[in-house]
Ligand binder design. Sequence first.
Ligand code: GDD
Ligand code: MG
Length: 346
Amino acid sequence: QFIPVILSGGSGTRLWPVSRVKYPKQFCELLDKPLQTLTIERLQKYGAGLLVTSEKLKDLTEKDILQNQLKIEKVLYEPTGKNTAAAVALACKYLELTGRADQVAGVFSSDALVLNQVEFSRALQAAVSSAQNGFVVTLGIQPRSPETGFGYIQVKDRALNTHTATEVMKFHEKPTLEKAQSFIQDGHYFWNAGIFIFKVSRMIEHFKKNEPTLWESINQLASDLSNLDAIYSKIKSISLDYAIIEKLDSDELRCVPCDIGWSDVGSWDALAEVTEAMPFTEHSLKKQPVQIASKSNSIFSHQKKKYTVVGCDDLIVVDTADATLICKKGESQKVKDLVDSLKISD
Ligand code: GDD
Ligand code: MG
């Protein structure tokens, strides 16, 4: 057993124009339910956990929990986003303050999809027992492309064995394209799913060793959380992957390679891929276009309209009330640049 800790403070600009600053990816109905709702529902059978998110998302979060009757023990609202190292340190401190430092916690992104629940449970079971032995455990996903936005877990034994955690040689966060290509060729590398299972007290030790200043600040947290604003105003912004995971020795880190049907739904191309085999329904974001001399076009919209395509292949069209995106398949990573350059995110 473990305590779920769900991180939900990110913004997901690659899914503009559906994902907006005030209405980020994890709340968008990209599938039949928002990704955050699906994530909490997937984890609540392990117990009511912690949700660490941004103060700015309070209204959306409360509504989601209430409407979907989600089991959450405590929502920790961060005054400003300081990335995932701070969010995880905050959760660890809260668990320590509430007498659970000796328990196992599992950190999950709120905005990833897991399609194979059976494999997911099996992988978590292996991860939890390895975490009880003091390891920080990651879940490894068979890489499908030389994606540069992920962490890569270099393992000793490449076998896909969901029943035991395997030895990790090194963790490489967001490599260059050349490196990612060589990792894929080598075959001993898995994608990091952004899932970390560990004993709370062990993670605190890793913070003390690798991010002492950040931990010193978080460690001052009062049990009523009243000084959270003051603490957050002075801590640095860094991801857990860079701050801690990359710095762990191979005798501190383990990986459970697994086939859980994972997708981070990080771009319109990823969503097009994920929804390929899914049926078109009246309420789904994915629309069935009427096509002539056209193929492989993906249309996403919540509008009640007829979509038609003539003589075009491999397009992604995303239509919302106030903005429309037309993008060639394979190019949707660049939506982030579009949003950055036009400052059009909200
Ligand atoms: N509470 C909180 N506060 N949550 C945050 C913050 C923050 O400041 N920043 C990000 N998050 C949440 C996001 O909402 C998301 O659910 C999760 O933390 C991961 O953050 P991302 O910003 O999406 O990370 P990433 O995609 O660049 O990289 C991570 O995930 C990849 C897999 O999706 C890394 O762990 C990679 O190694 C991994 O491959
Ligand atoms: Mg992400």
